[in-house]
Design a protein around this ligand. Structure first.
Ligand code: FES
Length: 124
């Protein structure tokens, strides 16, 4: 017998998207993350215990330790950053790049399936 919970789990599993996080050192293996739309990229990475995103403030936009650099055309798929995120990007450990974002402000959607980002050398 299939329970309501099992059906919900299977439906949710079908909606998972894949995110690739490239370590700063390109010789290191890419981390592939299966994530649920509706959560932030930061939360998905932290829940999966992926190294490289510290997220000291837990997504309150006060630490800048969830810095990522978005690859190529993916930047255009993201909603524009708010002024608070823009301001906080001045406090990243690794210098801000043109496509830098704070991963706590990237809400995952089905359209972001395949998103690729690079992690900074350090978050501190
Ligand atoms: Fe602190 Fe993103 S988790 S700014």
């Amino acid at each position: 017998m299939i329970t309501h919970e099992k059906r919900a789990f299977e439906r949710d599993a079908l909606n998972m998207i894949t995110i690739q996080l490239q370590p700063h050192n390109p010789t290191q293996a890419v981390h592939t993350l299966q994530a649920q739309p509706g959560q932030s990229l930061m939360q998905a990475a932290v829940d999966a215990n992926l190294p490289g995103i510290q997220a000291d403030c837990g997504g309150l936009l006060t630490c800048a330790t969830c810095h990522v650099v978005v690859h190529g055309d993916w930047e255009k798929q993201l909603p524009p950053m708010g002024s608070d995120e823009d301001d906080m990007l001045a406090f990243t450990a690794q210098a801000r790049a043109p496509s830098s974002r704070l991963s706590c402000q990237i809400m995952l959607t089905a359209e972001l399936d395949g998103l690729q980002v690079t992690l900074p050398a350090s978050q501190y």
